[in-house]
Design a protein around this ligand. Structure first.
Ligand code: NQM
Length: 344
């Protein structure tokens, strides 16, 4: 099934319909999506990281369903499970109900989803199910998507892992002060002024700035190991979020490298991480305290995130976070992957 999940788009599979061997599965997914090719013209991928995503869903021993997220890189023969995706997550509940893995339980149905990678965690998705079926039509607007749809409420639990994984609120990488934060997605916060930009530029302008891209990548390669992620040269984490003061009445302005293209909005868990950084005094993210929700401005609007934190400074822990997304079924049927091996 193809679905829009939040401001992203991807292919949703039952795990049983894919090869069990990860190498075979990844090879198949490259051919399904049309990678490696920047346009993905020979597959169903959309030629951008945000439209080249895969959700693999299966019955779960610990929840209703397991959700494995795979990022299929458009222009390289790479499939990575190093991150999850909170946007595609919005489609997992509806998909699980449509495939009969979870029964409808009334006007709304709670689906308990175990996020499998990179670290297992449980999420509750509340899906609109009036009349015993998943409803996609509705009035909920999500910035980064052009049309309103039915809401999917996502409630994320906290965890024991520290929100600031380097043990400090400010680190200096590649000569720039940053805050490394992980409240579901590893993100490096950098002040726009420290990178010589306004922080309000459109994504294509930032992507075309070779000096900026090099500076961002240099920071990322140093931050990755310090955040416990190892060598991040070939992974899609950490993300780099450029922060500056709010311009449109929200809490903070953001532009996010994910990590080589610039997000047209912001990732769900990326936004939760930004919110945690913004709310903690001493970070580089123009902290304001006691704002709920945190309104994260991005290139196509804003994203409201509700976050509860506990503890002080580098000992801060996440108690819970909640967001509202929408999802929509786009197509359901058979896909014909190109034959052969993805890598030739
Ligand atoms: O941070 C893009 C997206 C994402 C990830 C990315 C996401 C999240 O918008 O939870 O949703 O940062 O790679 O789909």
């Amino acid at each position: 099934m193809q679905m829009r999940g939040g401001s992203s788009k991807g292919a949703y599979f039952l795990a049983a319909d894919l090869p069990a061997d990860p190498a075979e599965r990844d090879d198949l997914l490259l051919r399904v999506m049309g990678s490696p090719d920047a346009r993905q013209v020979d597959g169903i991928g959309g030629g951008h990281p945000l439209t080249s995503k895969v959700a693999v869903v299966s019955p779960s021993a610990d929840a209703d369903v397991d959700y494995l997220f795979l990022q299929v890189v458009p222009d390289r023969a790479v499939v990575t499970d190093a991150q999850t995706c909170g946007n595609l997550l919005a489609g997992v509940g509806p998909f699980a109900i449509e495939r009969g893995l979870v029964p409808v339980s009334g006007g709304t149905t709670d689906v308990r989803i175990r996020i499998v990678n990179p670290v297992p965690s449980l999420v509750v998705a509340t899906v609109s199910t009036p009349g015993g079926r998943v409803a996609y039509d509705g009035d909920t607007a999500v910035a980064g998507t052009p049309f309103p749809a039915a809401p999917v409420h996502l409630e994320f639990p906290g965890g024991d892992a520290p929100v600031f994984p380097t043990g400090g609120l400010v680190d200096r990488f590649a000569g720039v002060d940053v805050t490394c934060v992980h409240a579901g997605m590893p993100v490096v916060l950098v002040r726009a002024a420290d990178l010589g930009v306004e922080g309000t530029e459109p994504p294509d302008v930032l992507e075309a700035d070779d000096r900026l891209r090099a500076a961002v990548e240099a920071i990322r390669l140093e931050a990755g190991p310090a955040m416990g992620l190892g060598d991040v040269r070939d992974t899609t984490v950490p993300k780099i979020t450029i922060v500056s003061e709010s311009r449109r009445g929200g809490t903070v302005t953001t532009r996010t490298f994910i990590p080589h293209r610039v997000h047209t909005a912001i990732g769900v868990l990326g936004a939760v991480s930004v919110a945690a950084g913004v709310l903690t005094p001493g970070t580089v993210a123009n902290p304001v305290t006691a704002v709920d929700p945190v309104r994260v401005e991005h290139p196509t609007g804003y994203f409201d995130v509700s976050v509860d934190l506990d503890g002080d400074g580098a000992d801060t822990r996440l108690l819970r976070s909640a967001v509202v997304r929408t999802a929509r079924k786009l197509s359901d049927g058979l896909v014909w992957p190109r034959p052969g091996k993805a890598t030739g």
